[in-house]
Design a protein around this ligand. Structure first.
Ligand code: FES
Length: 143
């Protein structure tokens, strides 16, 4: 290999490595590993599983699932779960049992039991999850 060929190959190798260095974070962002998204069991911030019986007693609970704040509601014998981050400016929503609505304390938004915006400024509904109870654990799945 002559000198020109050597520098051409060296330049190509450096270009390829630079391209990989920029592409790797983009690929990791677009296709997160399941472990990076957190698991589908509703837990406390400390990672302790929240027993289903404690939610049944109080009607609702905010915990963590998929690495995100999640609201689980037990109402009229039915389990429901939603992302707990308001779609307006990101406050954590709460269950209001008297109204049977999910409310946002920041700007007064109200969401129905299907996650749709009933009133207030949020531009879109809350993401909803399917709930299964297994051995007193609350498991969430994409709806
Ligand atoms: S942040 Fe929830 S209504 Fe504004």
């Amino acid at each position: 290999m002559n000198r020109r060929g050597f520098f051409t190959r060296l330049t190509q190798a450096i270009g390829s490595l630079t391209g990989l260095a920029f592409a790797a974070p983009v690929v990791a962002y677009l296709f997160p590993k399941p472990s990076q998204r957190g698991n589908n069991t509703l837990t406390t911030l400390d990672g302790e599983a929240i027993p289903a019986e404690t939610v049944e007693k109080h009607g609702a609970r905010v915990g963590i699932a998929f690495g995100e704040p999640t609201l689980v509601v037990f109402s009229r014998g039915e389990w429901k779960a939603f992302e707990a981050v308001c779609s307006h400016l990101g406050c954590i929503v709460r269950w209001q049992p008297q109204e049977e609505k999910i409310v946002c304390p920041c700007h007064g938004a109200r969401f129905g039991t299907d996650g749709r915006v009933v009133s207030g400024p949020p531009p879109r509904p809350l993401k909803r999850y399917r709930v299964e109870i297994a051995q007193n654990n609350i498991l969430l799945f994409e709806a």
